[in-house]
Design a binder for this molecule. Structure first.
Ligand SMILES: Cc1cc2nc3c(=O)[nH]c(=O)nc-3n(C[C@H](O)[C@H](O)[C@H](O)COP(=O)(O)OP(=O)(O)OC[C@H]3O[C@@H](n4cnc5c(N)ncnc54)[C@H](O)[C@@H]3O)c2cc1C
Length: 467
């Protein structure tokens, strides 16, 4: 404990998603007394799971995956003791309708050439597509381009991409990573995804999938806070706050509580609702008003027999984009009968107004094109989870609106996947935001050298030339 403290500072963390949990864990580890308030009865926020009333199954709000480049998320898993619940995959299978598979994975060649042999073998792309992709990758390797207002689709067209390269490579990778159409994505966001996941190193590009339901994964962070003299209060909604010179007053439920500091780790629309009605809030309110969101739809299907040997696959040329074989990934159905799969559609604007039945019918008929075994399988039950405001839209210009953790109120800090982390709206972005807010708060509270953010993975091979 720093000598300047007679008592550990008290900190209210509002929001039990990954941003709030990461901030809470970091501050608790630094000796502060953390009270975390979460509106729902469970932790994880958008990355959570729950017992679904219609099917009686525990389902994830949506499948969540990470990549090897998510160094802060991995640090958070290690800190909370759940890193062993992530299964890592080196290869991704791209499936065409009809079932032909192309596997993309690393070789022993140095970065950025490590995936070249797999690309050369990939049957879903023609030679002209591969040459075009290689040219674009060479343009992205040295540095991340600046945001000039151009969309990434404009950039791809300027860099001579074929229609098939865009449809079968750039879109599948970027729409799922950024949850937005490529004609609405800013160039630096797209470039960062490609540099981190395909170019920098083989380790950065591997994909991690949780083997347990998401709330099991993230409940460990609540225990971490409690074990360090902290408290986690569920079903408790922050209604408003007042920042004074020496403390922060927070209205939670019916009560007003006083803390030395507060971290608001809320989605931007929830934050907007609790900001003080004063001129000091106006610049932040104006910035929040410029954020837009994009939807994700998860389609959960239970079949009476096994429909594929694959753990997951990218699905090309159709509405459904990814298949995650949940019964295999989470080791459910230990008697070996049946498949539980989740199909994910990112930037799913075309599905928002469709009924559950229309979406299930479309998904099952498309799935049967990719997996012949699904044609004879009976659908036992199904559900559709539409997250209409899943993540903020990473469109050109938005980076400038993302606020830093420090606010006009010296004792109030912001976190959340939409704040200024340099990362898109991902679990890694959320954890980074929590660590950044905790770092700023700890420094204001007297821990001048507090550092919670961990560095990026180093570039390897020839990518070391570019850093
Ligand atoms: C469908 C879907 C699929 C996704 N897939 C992936 C993926 O594969 N990989 C990936 O990296 N990311 C993915 N993401 C993004 C990822 O889930 C988010 O970026 C991340 O979880 C955001 O965390 P957060 O803490 O910033 O916000 P949230 O998770 O939204 O947490 C905010 C919390 O605040 C609580 N809250 C709100 N208002 C109040 C209040 N007034 N008082 C108290 N509590 C309040 C909410 O209940 C919530 O728990 C996906 C998101 C969605 C929606």
């Amino acid at each position: 404990m720093p000598q300047s403290w007679t008592q550990p500072p008290t900190v209210a963390v509002v929001g039990g998603g990954l941003a709030g949990l990461a901030a809470g864990c970091a501050l608790a580890s630094a000796g502060m007394k953390v009270t975390l308030f979460e509106r729902r009865p469970y932790l994880g926020g958008r990355a959570s799971s729950y017992q679904h009333p219609g099917t009686g199954e525990v389902i994830d709000n949506c499948q969540h995956v990470l990549l090897g480049c998510c160094t802060n998320l991995i640090d958070f898993y290690e800190r909370t003791g759940v890193a062993g619940s992530i299964r890592w995959f080196e290869r991704m299978t791209f499936l065409e309708p009809g079932g032909r598979a192309s596997e993309i994975g690393p070789s022993s060649l140095p970065a950025p050439l490590h995936t070249t042999p797999a690309f050369l073998r990939a049957s879903c792309l023609e030679v002209a597509d591969k040459v075009a992709i290689a040219r674009a990758m060479m343009a992205l390797a040295p540095t991340t381009p600046r945001d000039t207002g151009e969309s990434f689709l404009g950039w791809l067209n300027r860099h001579g991409q074929t229609v098939r390269a865009i449809e079968r490579f750039w879109k599948p990778v970027l729409v799922s990573a950024l949850n937005e159409e490529v004609d609405r994505v800013s160039v630096p966001y797209a470039a960062q995804v490609m540099r981190e996941s395909f170019l920098k190193s083989a380790e950065a590009g591997r994909m991690g999938v949780p083997t347990v339901p998401l709330t099991d994964l993230y409940s460990a962070a609540g225990n971490y806070i409690r074990e360090r003299q902290g408290d986690v209060q569920f079903r408790t909604s922050a209604e408003s706050f007042r920042a004074e010179l020496s403390h922060v007053k927070l209205v939670v439920g019916e009560k007003e509580e006083t803390f030395d500091y507060a971290v608001f780790a809320l989605p931007f629309d929830s934050l907007e609702r609790i900001l003080p009605d004063s001129s000091a809030s106006q610049p932040l309110r104006d910035a929040l008003a410029r954020f837009e969101t994009s939807p994700i739809t998860g389609i959960h299907l239970w079949f009476d027999r096994i429909i594929s040997d694959l753990d997951h696959a990218v699905l090309l040329d159709r509405t459904i984009q990814w298949m995650f074989h949940k019964s295999k990934l989470q080791n459910r159905n230990s008697n070996g009968h049946g498949s539980y799969v989740e199909l994910v559609v990112s930037a799913s604007k075309t599905l928002v107004d469709k009924s559950k039945q229309e979406i299930v019918d479309l998904a099952v008929s498309e799935l049967r094109e990719f997996f012949p075994a699904a044609r004879d399988a009976n659908l036992l039950k199904s559900t559709v989870i539409k997250e209409v405001h899943a993540t903020y839209s990473p469109r050109p210009g938005i980076e400038a609106e993302r606020p830093r953790p420090e606010t006009v109120w010296p004792r109030v800090f912001l976190a959340g996947d939409w704040t200024a982390t340099g990362w898109p709206a991902t679990m890694e972005g959320a954890v980074r935001s929590g660590y950044l807010a905790a770092q700023s708060l700890a420094r204001v509270a007297g821990q001048k050298d507090a550092t919670f953010l961990v560095p990026n993975l180093p570039a390897t091979g020839f990518m070391r030339l570019f850093g």
